[in-house]
Design a protein. Structure first.
Lengths: 228, 553
């Protein structure tokens, strides 16, 4: 990397060739040559799915995927960003749904068209087992869908590539919400604490902290016991 | 990268330093580094925290915040030409006439919208304006968790004390009280929305410790906590048909003849048209200012975190608070170059990873409050010279992540820190086996628009604010896990209060006269600037292009 300013990579951004310093991410390389993002840039840290990118290497048939903010440019990369991925989002009232096997078929009936081709899995820049969770949804295995899909950043590349026109990330979202709301056990201690607060259990204690002098407050702070 | 041989992601000379870390690991697993006293903290902060560098700041020249010291980058946007010439805007046809305008579609804005709806406001009387896509925000990037004192060995009182001490006793006590008292009900609301917090089989939350916290009260969802929460909020916003304008920015607040904020002028970033919104209440939830790169620091922040809210609020004369105080997260990625500045969540330390120097020695308790921890790392690198220099000349310290696997068992990192694992393995660095290099990075705007009470009111009538854009809750330093909590507690309160207050508000004639007055003050005080604010998006285009740029289309 000591020589990185001298080493350049030739990349083809939407077909136009540019020389960019190698070592830059796709996103920074596009900015380097003059693009100012409105679409196609978000958190810039791999969490938001705004910068879904598809590319091919020169003389290679294989279509590859990347997050522009997380992938380094490679010499000979032909790339384009996906500004928006159309994917049907069904409107539902979570309170009126229940976590049954039929819920997916009712809201997203196209899920039944899955042919297990695994294209979605190959299209996932997060390396998730997308096809496995789509199949798990057909079996009504909410836990499996929820956990396999948990790291999904909803970039939508799976939905763009699915030959059965399924939007896997939408199925996953529905599954996780139902799993979180109806299947995961609730934390009893949360409920208990809310009641204690509502009945004023801590009012006096906190009021006292708010009214004592600074030195006394500092003393309490320093002397408080730290849970290890 | 080509030209340097890397062994599992690291060049050879870094491998040699890693061996030092490995040698001391067994010993360090049994060692506990002492917490600092308050005096030691003060001394360290004064000498090494970037906030204490006098040359990094100047006083604001005019307006209600005249005389306040703030970073140059913040004063630059408070003393800039308005982005839009008010004379070019025609306010007479109102494009959107609503009860509640919410500027910002991150965690705070979405929470406010949902609670306004729950409080009886019709969906069509609410408008969310979002600069990029709905949920694009720092909220989505927050990894570590949310604090709530809901375990039996914990209490809101203890949470209160941690926050006040962590904020160096500068917080607004009323705002802290509300924050800790409302925390458990936020967790419950999230459970009802379907948020999948980490928990054990009987439902008990798997809570962890955090810097400056005296109890294990950090609730998390792997290391995608922020994303998990906001995607639930977003889905709910869509299900409730709440109106959202994406890729649209507020460029100026509108006031009326009674000196109330009465809406905003919006700018569609894609079509370039403007919209006039009249609103009985306006909630600013625009987030922070990381993308201003205070003192040249790299940032963990979202692309849109350009401090627009404070600029808008300044034009209507709102009082600001604690904007001199910037949070540098102790552990930003320092290597490889592609991810420099990105967040390495505090959860890595919560799970047992220690920061160590190039000799493999500890030099600070791993969970001091963030400003203290960050200062200790800066001291290690730049005074004691025991940091590690990266191939691009940056300094950092090791964060000994393999300890996590030893303490909690193999597979813990992939289970609890999948985002961190992914961020590194993309560059061939396996953090389950090798430590990672870190250095403080610009993370959070501790201060902001002053919230004058726990109803989220500001010093200007008609203007509410919640989330990172506000000041008062955290004082001069925010503790981990209190940012999600802040936008949740105060987003909810903003929505509830706005719903109630909107019934009583009578608006007068709309005007942008305040922008003219602001321009006058700028001129009278002799500020010389070419800058415009709000800036909307940071400028990262290459110099080669910018130096030859023409704006013809």
């Amino acid at each position: 990397m000591e020589n990185s300013e001298k080493i350049m990579a030739r990349v083809y951004i939407m077909g136009r060739d540019h020389l960019v310093p190698s070592g830059l991410t796709i996103m920074k390389a596009m900015e380097y040559v003059g693009y100012k993002f409105i679409r196609g840039a978000g958190c810039r840290g791999g969490f938001c799915g705004a910068c879904a990118t598809i590319y091919r290497m020169k003389n290679d048939y294989k279509l590859r995927v990347a997050l522009a903010c997380q992938e380094t440019v490679k010499d000979g990369m032909f790339l384009a960003q996906i500004p928006f991925t159309p994917a049907n989002k069904v409107i539902y009232d979570l309170d009126q749904l229940s976590p049954t096997v039929s819920v997916f078929l009712e809201l997203y009936p196209e899920v039944a068209k899955c042919v297990s081709c695994n294209t979605c899995t190959k299209a996932c820049p997060q390396d998730l087992e997308v096809m496995d969770y789509v199949q798990a949804s057909l079996r009504g295995d909410f836990e499996k869908v929820a956990f396999l899909s948990f790291d999904c950043i909803s970039c939508g590349l799976c939905a763009m590539r699915c030959p059965a026109e399924i939007a896997p990330h939408r199925i996953a979202e529905l599954a996780r919400r139902l799993y979180g709301k109806y299947i995961m056990p609730r934390a009893q201690h949360v409920e208990k604490r809310i009641k204690e607060i509502e009945t004023g259990k801590y009012d006096e204690e906190v009021k006292k902290l708010m009214s004592i002098g600074l030195n006394e407050l500092k003393k309490l702070y320093v002397e408080r016991e730290i849970e290890k | 990268m080509s030209g340097t041989d890397l062994i599992k992601g690291y060049p050879k000379y870094l491998r040699e330093s890693i061996q030092n870390v490995e040698k001391t690991r067994e010993r360090r697993l049994k060692e506990s580094f002492e917490l600092m006293s308050l005096d030691e903290r003060d001394e360290l902060l004064k000498t090494f925290h970037p906030d204490y560098r006098k040359e990094g700041k100047r006083q604001v020249k005019f307006g209600p915040n005249k005389g306040d010291l703030m970073p140059h980058e913040v004063v630059d946007i408070l003393e800039a030409h308005p982005l839009v010439d008010p004379n070019t805007i025609d306010l007479s046809p109102v494009d959107f006439d609503v009860s509640i305008l919410i500027i910002g579609g991150g965690g705070g804005g979405m929470t406010a919208a949902l609670w306004a709806l729950y409080s009886g406001v019709n969906a069509e009387d609410i408008l969310i304006v979002q600069k990029l896509r709905l949920m694009d925000s720092n909220s989505v990037m927050s990894q570590g968790g949310i604090q709530a004192a809901d375990k039996t060995n914990d209490s809101p009182t203890m949470h209160y004390l941690d926050i006040i001490g962590g904020g160096h006793f500068t917080n607004n006590p009323e705002l802290v009280r509300t924050l800790v008292m409302d925390a458990p009900l936020i967790i419950k609301w999230h459970e009802e929305l379907g948020v999948m917090y980490d928990r054990v089989a009987d439902g008990t939350m798997s809570t962890l410790s955090g810097g400056g916290a005296s109890r294990k009260r950090m609730h998390s969802a792997r290391d995608y906590t922020g994303m998990e929460i906001v995607r639930n909020l977003k889905d709910e916003i869509l299900n409730k048909n709440l109106p959202v304008l994406e890729f649209t920015s507020a460029v100026e607040l509108i006031m009326d003849e009674y000196d109330q904020v009465a809406g905003a002028v919006l700018y569609d970033m894609e079509t370039h048209r403007y919209h006039v919104v009249r609103a009985k209440l306006t909630i600013l939830a625009t987030g922070g200012f990381g993308r201003l790169h205070i003192q040249g620091f790299q940032t963990t922040n979202h692309y849109g975190a350009t401090g627009d809210g404070v600029a808008l609020a300044c034009h209507v004369g709102a009082k600001l608070k604690d904007l001199d105080s910037v949070q540098y997260h102790p552990t930003g990625a320092a290597y490889p170059e592609q991810i420099v500045g990105l967040l390495v969540t505090e959860k890595v330390r919560n799970l047992g990873a220690q920061p160590v120097n190039r000799n493999g020695d500890q030099f600070v308790y791993p969970l001091e409050p963030r400003d203290v921890e960050a200062s200790a790392i800066i001291r290690e690198c730049y005074e004691r010279n025991k940091g590690i220099e990266t191939p691009t000349g940056m300094r950092g310290v090791w964060l000994d992540s393999p300890m996590i696997e030893i303490i909690h068992g193999e597979g813990t990192i992939s289970k609890l820190l999948p985002a961190m694992y992914r961020q590194n393995i993309r560059f061939d660095i396996d953090m389950t086996k090798d430590p990672i290099l870190v250095f403080p990075t610009l993370h959070f705007q501790n201060g902001g628009i002053e919230m004058i009470n726990d109803k989220t009111e500001t010093s200007v009538s008609g203007l509410l604010a919640c989330g990172e854009v506000t000041g008062g809750v955290h004082g001069k330093n925010r503790l981990m896990g209190n940012s999600i909590l802040e936008y949740s507690v105060y987003g909810r309160r903003a929505g509830i209060f706005a719903a109630k207050r909107a019934q009583k508000v009578k608006l007068g004639k709309l005007s942008l006269d305040h922008v003219g007055r602001y321009k006058e003050m700028l001129k009278e005080t002799g500020v010389k600037t070419t800058k415009k604010a709000p800036i909307l998006l940071p400028e990262y285009r290459g110099e080669g292009v910018l130096s030859r740029a023409l704006n013809l289309l």
